[in-house]
Design a protein around this ligand. Sequence first.
Ligand SMILES: [Mn+2]
Length: 338
Amino acid sequence: MKKYINNKKNLIISHIADADGISSALIGKMYLPDSDIILLEINEIKEVLMGLQNSHYEKIIIVDLPLRKDVRDLLEGKEELISKIAHFDHHTSDLDEVLPSYINIVYEREGKLECGATLLYDYFAKVNPDHPLSNSEYIKMWLEGVRSYDTEGPPTLNPIGMGITKQLELLGIDGYMSFYEKEIYANQETKVSLPESYKTFFPEEHIAIFKKEDEIINEYIAKVEENLVILPFLYEGKEYNAGAIISNQYRSVVGNRLAKKYANEVDFMLLIDFDRRQFSFRGIREDLHLGKLAKAIHPLAGGQAKACGMPIDELTIDIVKQYVELFELQKLNTKKVK
Ligand SMILES: [Mn+2]
């Protein structure tokens, strides 16, 4: 969790885990400068909201974060707190449930998948049509990159999205926010659509580092791949094979790349991240909704069809145990062969 608290009038709560959440926080801050910011993981929302009863905040914007059942239960009856909340989310895993009216999930519009940052920007641009940011072609292009990466997996279509995610890793959260804040103001007057080119959008020195980073990622993937274990999962009466690995970096790239590589052997990839105490599911199959599969295992799981997560806790620790057992077995067998 990362907090920027300065006794401001409003509060923006967003997702710490990726470029969508961080970009959303920046959009919020640029339209509502009088705001504190909290960036957090999905399982930290409850704790933060508990501390916000009777707070001085006038408006609480919650973006790119699903408000799962435990959070909704906590909010039940707390009308004053609820009345301050403006929620913008695109995660689909709770859509089968009966949701209270303060929950605002839009995952698709006009055939396009939305992300947290596009939803928040469209809202602010609509409410403030004359605001200079509302007509910024630069912002639209930047957010199209964020959207593409957040919702469409590794963007074959939008190289800007891929670069943005690398930039976030490169600059860190504060560096990313101050870089885009500066760029947005510098490009405010640009009225024509900039060319959607990787080369003109990013500073040259960033591109050079991205290339180096690509090499590092390739090495990283080759290393974690050695720990791949096939774990069976039962879901709706069918058995699915997960390609399980321990990995705490580059999770979307690692997950997607290995899901493609092992498409014949596994139905999806399962990344075990001990640092974040999270499992990440990544897949490429069209006929398997990983968000729903994960939800059948843990009520606090969630996400989309091809990318989702769930906590590592007492409900799911057996998966880790099973991974370790199979991993040891596999190691033993490889030794025997040798
Ligand atoms: Mn998102």
